[in-house]
Design a protein around this ligand. Structure first.
Ligand SMILES: [Zn+2]
Length: 142
């Protein structure tokens, strides 16, 4: 595996000081955006358990684990850009994060696709969860 000095989430912070703290359960993501970024890192690192844990319990399905495993096995995540956040701060109970994630298959020759989503997050007993999201059409990127 390649040595990855910076966190996959694009924060420009070294991974052990960024999303790794959340993935390892050393701290709770304080904001909706932090949770969203850590979930992207979990996809990138193949951490299925974290993805399930951070999904709102009522939204979890039995099919999540095989689906996530399949996605993780077949996807090479190429980068995350957070476009917009609404609420989702330390004092909020709900938040929305709009982002673009670039990905492709495992072959270097595979085309690059864009996942553009508006995700909803909610906080219960001080813990942020991913609720659900709307897929949006791809946008031109700088
Ligand atoms: Zn990170």
């Amino acid at each position: 595996m390649l040595l990855q000095p910076f966190c996959p989430c694009g924060s420009q912070i070294r991974y052990p000081d960024c999303c790794d703290v959340y993935l390892r359960g050393k701290a709770l993501a304080p904001t909706a955006e932090a949770l969203m970024r850590s979930r992207y890192s979990a996809y990138s690192k193949g951490d299925v358990e974290y993805l399930i844990q951070t999904q709102y319990p009522k939204k979890r399905k039995n099919t999540d684990r095989p689906m996530l495993l399949k996605t993780i096995t077949n996807t090479n995540w190429m980068g995350l850009t957070v476009l917009k956040t609404q609420k989702g701060g330390v004092n909020d109970r709900r938040g929305i994060v709009e982002f673009v994630a670039l990905y492709r298959g495992l072959e270097l020759t595979d085309p690059i696709y864009q996942l553009h989503e508006r995700s909803r997050f909610l906080k219960e007993d001080g813990v942020w969860f991913y609720q659900d999201g709307d897929s949006l059409p791809p946008i031109p990127l700088k």
